[in-house]
Design a protein around this ligand. Structure first.
Ligand code: HXC
Length: 259
């Protein structure tokens, strides 16, 4: 599969997906969103991949949805464009494999929304975050109004969205928007190292954990608890559980089948 605006590299059970439209700060137009959609399908189907890393080429992670493309849209076209981004980002969020956003620079508007659709976020100290849409006369439209309050709380999300202010990586970490801030040279290595820490474990257990957390966070706690019980039970039908616990008893490293 050839991509014009993405670079997809696979190695050591990881897929590294780089947005590659640096001249427009990786702004999301329909083409790059459709390419992302295809790339995620490809990663979903590829049994050699356990973890997805998303990053950007150049000085931005993503500086938002493409303003030039949106400028002349009417209401119906705007709604459709929003739905396209929502659909692609939801596909990333619900990918059974864990995802890490390695945020190398600006993550604004749709860029912050893309980062939030990943499970984990590692930021370069130079990264900047914000939902500046209201300054353009629009709302966040790639599910930022939904994911930001879930991540940082309603009051902080409203402050960021109503003011459109841009915050530095350090503040993003302090409000729980990013997991970790690192210097720019080590960003990808840190993301890879986090991916390796995930990959060494039983992958079915990782995926079931993701499913249980997400189902619980997106619904009521009683349903979440039931989902957890069912997935926990299913683990005991896996070779990984036998191997993981036998390895512990035999005082050796586990060698998981799903690797
Ligand atoms: C289209 C963009 C863009 C964007 C940058 N560019 N952001 N093009 N859409 N979101 C283009 C610029 O036009 C310019 O192209 C080139 O990228 C480099 O950008 P500069 O502005 O020259 O860089 P710099 O001075 O370093 O400023 C960086 C910046 C600024 C602060 C990030 O580019 C900026 O404010 N961008 C817009 C940020 C934003 O408002 N994002 C939210 C978008 S709305 P040329 O051809 O001139 O070199 C959104 C909605 C999501 O995301 C939901 C939709 C449904």
């Amino acid at each position: 599969m050839n991509y014009e605006m993405l670079i997809l590299e696979k190695k050591d059970r990881m897929a590294i997906l780089k947005l590659n439209r640096p001249n427009a700060l990786n702004a999301l137009n329909s083409q790059i969103l459709l390419e992302l959609d295809k790339a995620i399908d490809n990663i979903k189907e590829d049994d050699s991949v356990d973890v997805l890393i998303v990053t950007g080429e150049g000085k931005a992670f993503v500086a938002g949805a493409d303003i030039s493309q949106m400028k002349d849209l009417n209401a119906e076209e705007g709604r459709k464009f929003g739905i396209l981004g929502q659909r692609v980002f939801r596909k990333i969020e619900t990918l059974e494999k864990p995802s890490i956003a390695a945020i190398n620079g600006f993550a604004l508007g749709g860029g912050c929304e893309l980062a939030m659709s990943c499970d984990l976020r590692i930021a370069s100290e130079r990264a900047k975050f914000g939902q500046p849409e209201v300054g353009l006369g629009i709302t966040p439209g790639f599910s930022g109004t939904q994911r930001l309050p879930r991540l940082v709380g309603v009051a902080k999300a409203k402050e960021l969205i109503f003011t459109g202010k841009i915050i530095k990586a350090e503040e993003a970490q302090s409000i729980g928007l990013v997991n970790k801030v690192v210097d720019k040279e080590s960003l990808l290595d840190e993301a890879i190292s986090m991916a390796q820490s995930i990959i060494k474990n039983g992958q079915l257990a990782v995926r079931y954990s993701k499913m249980a957390i997400d189902r619980g966070m997106q619904g009521d706690i009683d349903t979440g608890i039931e989902v957890e019980a069912n997935l926990f039970g299913l683990c005991f039908a896996t070779k990984d559980q036998k191997e993981g616990m036998t390895a512990f008893v035999e005082k050796r490293e586990a060698n998981f089948e799903t690797k």
